[in-house]
Design a protein around this ligand. Structure first.
Ligand code: ATP
Ligand code: MG
Length: 541
């Protein structure tokens, strides 16, 4: 016979970051708040967008998007700093023109990114404020605040936005709101997800889950349907064209179950790109007509961009729009006009990229435009008529707009939070999400590097894997995204490394037998769940 003992050697942990990202690891658990004083009355779903943010509260009566103090359902994701104070949201928007250097927006794009990342370097042209490299190689924003140069990490800035949104919810609720599900872009990597969790922790939020924007949208769509077939699933494509990015997911829905089949995205395709098309058009026109150097003037550039965004929205409902800015520079007023036709012609490259992204998601799901049952549009930029036309041409039918374009992500998150919270009874609905990147582990074995893919691209979230090692000495396991993952070629695919050991080799044995369990948790974050030393010995009767 056989005696067997197992000894737990390690508590769950996330990989130690590589030197460029040595921020304190955030809590990754998704345990629930204790039901101290009876029940939790409300839980939140929070969507911090690159242009605007939304909070939805799940309460006994249902899910509501919260109004801010200006009675708007969307709050600008902007912070501004000056000699006297810090302002957020609507109060900060005016400062984008008057104090551009110290007014921070698009924080989500800086989260968890190295300063040297080419994506960050390319973004700097859009950001009027100063971004510098932090001691850990990450990004820091430098502003003049209370009369001194102050450096803030993207996590701190995100935390400030989250506190503001949490307070909004608490004012409405008249009670603390701590449990929340936060939306993140589906393409967020380990470092970006950790940064978001760290920000949530700093903001006093208990993040029960990071939910992909696209999955939140699909959940908000599917949970109220009563007409979903029990047998053959319906395949629905959700397309979210936002401020700076586009995300697409293909979902199979059946009965009370939702399964993400594929996701595709373009980090650089959204309203910002359309604004830029108009901006470049008018920079050319005005520089020639009025002898100006608009791009060389930060304030003039900002004001022209603002006018271009307005013109873009006018072109959504009108065939022509006027762009005019008074006293843009050198005391000159500028004015010009553009037709929708010219705008669409100049935006052609952007529109083609959009169709490519949709096509990739559909093909990855093993579908064709004909086998897709439904196409749903969300995101503010899905309102651009040419966006609708291009997607319509691809599918051979016009996408539906069943969902609110800018509130749905927060609603889906609030629903997910209610489902995870014991304080709520939500009619059962299964959400089977997938992670779009594959994860591989590498270790040394007898002097050689061995690499094994533990989570294929498109693995279910959560997932677990068990690996067995026979070793005499402590060793490292390095984690990285697989080459098949759709990371930009310039991106750093490394996630981090785990140290296994120390451990004792049992007397009389050649090596220790170690069982290593790794999981891809509910936040799509890699966790070393446990290391167990197994001792087996033959026992004579
Ligand atoms: N009527 C309209 N016509 C054209 N564009 C519009 C219209 N309304 C809003 N937009 C654009 O939608 C974009 C904002 O969309 P949305 O609120 O979905 O983005 P977000 O969620 O803040 O950003 P992201 O999802 O990229 O983080 C802006 O670029 C805005 O100009
Ligand atoms: Mg969005």
């Amino acid at each position: 016979t056989h005696s067997r003992t197992e000894k737990l050697l390690a508590d769950p942990c996330t990989p130690a970051y590589y030197s460029w990202h040595q921020r304190p690891p955030a809590a990754t658990s998704h345990q629930l708040s204790p039901l101290s004083s009876g029940v939790i009355m409300s839980v939140a779903g929070i969507d911090v967008g690159d242009s605007t943010s939304c909070v939805a509260l799940a309460r006994k009566g249902g899910v509501d998007v919260i109004l801010n103090k200006e009675s708007n359902r969307e709050t600008p994701s902007v912070l501004t700093f000056n000699a006297k104070q810090r302002q957020l949201g609507t109060d900060a928007v005016g400062a984008m023109a008057t104090n551009p250097r110290n007014t921070v927006s698009q924080v989500k794009r800086l989260l968890g990114k190295k300063f040297s990342d080419p994506a960050i370097q390319a973004d700097l042209q859009y950001l009027p404020y100063k971004v510098v490299e932090g001691a850990d190689g990450g990004c820091e924003v430098e502003v003049q605040y209370l009369g001194a140069a102050t450096r803030l990490s993207p996590e701190q800035l995100m935390a400030a936005l989250l506190v503001d949104l949490r307070q909004l919810a608490e004012r409405e609720q008249g009670a603390p709101v701590t449990d929340a599900v936060l939306a993140v872009p589906v393409y967020f990597t380990e470092a970006e997800r950790h940064a978001m969790l760290a920000a949530a922790g700093t903001a006093g939020l208990k993040c029960l889950r990071l939910l992909n924007d696209t999955t939140a949208t699909a959940l908000a769509w599917g949970i109220y349907r009563t007409d979903l077939p029990e047998d053959t699933p319906v395949n629905v494509v959700f397309i979210d064209v936002g401020y700076s990015a586009t995300q697409v997911c293909v979902v199979a829905l059946r009965g009370r179950e939702l399964k993400v089949l594929s996701s595709a995205w373009d980090r650089d395709l959204g309203g910002r790109n359309f604004d830029n098309v108009l901006f470049e058009h008018f920079v050319r026109e005005f520089d020639a007509k009025y002898k100006l150097d608009i791009k060389g003037n930060l304030r003039a550039s900002f004001r022209l961009r603002g006018a271009c965004e307005k013109a873009k929205k006018i072109l959504t409902t009108n065939p022509e729009a006027v762009v005019s800015v008074e006293c843009i520079a050198d005391d000159k007023d500028v004015a010009g006009s553009i037709t929708r036709e010219v705008f669409e012609e100049e935006a052609k490259a952007t529109l083609d990229k959009l169709v490519q992204t949709v096509l990739k998601a559909v093909e990855d799901a093993g579908l064709t435009p004909e086998t897709v049952s439904n196409v749903e549009f969300v995101g503010g930029s899905s309102r651009v008529p040419a966006v609708t036309r291009h997607v319509t041409d691809y599918f051979g039918r016009e996408p539906n707009r069943t969902l609110n374009a800018t509130e749905t992500v927060s609603r889906g998150c609030a629903l997910q939070c209610a489902m995870l919270s014991p304080a709520f009874k939500v009619r059962d609905f299964q959400v089977q999400d997938t992670f779009p990147y594959g994860i591989q582990l590498t270790w040394q074995k007898e002097g050689e590097r061995v690499t094994s893919t533990v989570f294929e691209r498109g693995s279910h979230v959560p997932s677990a894997k068990m690996l067995t090692f026979y070793r005499t000495e402590p060793f490292d396991i390095e984690a990285a995204y697989t080459p098949e993952s759709d990371l930009p070629s310039t991106a750093d695919a490394r996630i981090g490394s785990f140290k296994i050991g120390p451990f004792a080799v049992p007397a009389g044995a050649e090596s220790a037998k170690l069982k290593v369990k790794v999981t891809l948790n509910l936040n799509s974050v890699l966790v070393l769940e446990s290391v167990v030393a197994v001792e087996e010995e033959e026992v004579e009767e």
